[in-house]
Design a protein around this ligand. Sequence first.
Ligand code: SAM
Length: 221
Amino acid sequence: MSKFYNTVMFLMRFGIKQFVQELLYRYNNWYYDRWLNVNTAHMIKKSALGINKTDSIDYVPIGYRAIYSMLKKIPIDKSHCTFLDYGSGKGRAVVVAAIFSFKRIIGVEISDKLVAIAQTNIANMKHRKTIQIEIIQSDATEFIVSRDVNIIYFFNPFIRETLQKVVDNIYFSYKEYPRKIYILFFNDDHFEKIIKNQDWIKKTYQTRFYPNYSYGLYETV
Ligand SMILES: C[S@@+](CC[C@H](N)C(=O)[O-])C[C@H]1O[C@@H](n2cnc3c(N)ncnc32)[C@H](O)[C@@H]1O
């Protein structure tokens, strides 16, 4: 009854086109969780995870199509690359990255519950090509970016001072070991504010994904 009610309310509010898009979006995410043999679905509020940082955002998984197509777009041989997901949650982006042959994949996540779920997903996943995957339980601000990290992904994990501190950490790593670093940022408005007027990084691509992700690809210069 409540599902039927919700469907009618959605149709009335957004119309048939968005209803069909929403169905396809949900089906796609459901399908790829099964194909990979993982469980990354369903948002979890940060209060339910015991996270009391005001800058932190709730767990919401990225859409499979969005992260897969953006990883494909990065124009380098991934077997030489280390991929880092800030706020890796249940590990959806990490398992998609592991379909590619990365040298190494790192997830950093503040919630120990989500770290445990991500580790189970990685242990169970099918179609895995990357061998070396680590999920580290840490506040992102305390994570030191090693010199091999060169693809960094954010799906709206935190804002304001926390994001500022993390961007500073990336910059220090880049200054110490100058290299090409690609940064994929979904919901990039907060990132844009922080890197405005900085000359070490520039946006090279911008697009949008359903439901409402503004996505930017950035590169060090
Ligand atoms: C929107 S979810 C993104 C999940 C995943 N990266 C994905 O793409 O499906 C944001 C995640 O960031 C985590 N997070 C929030 N603040 C954090 C912090 N200060 N350090 C590390 N992780 C944090 C949350 O617990 C949550 O799992």
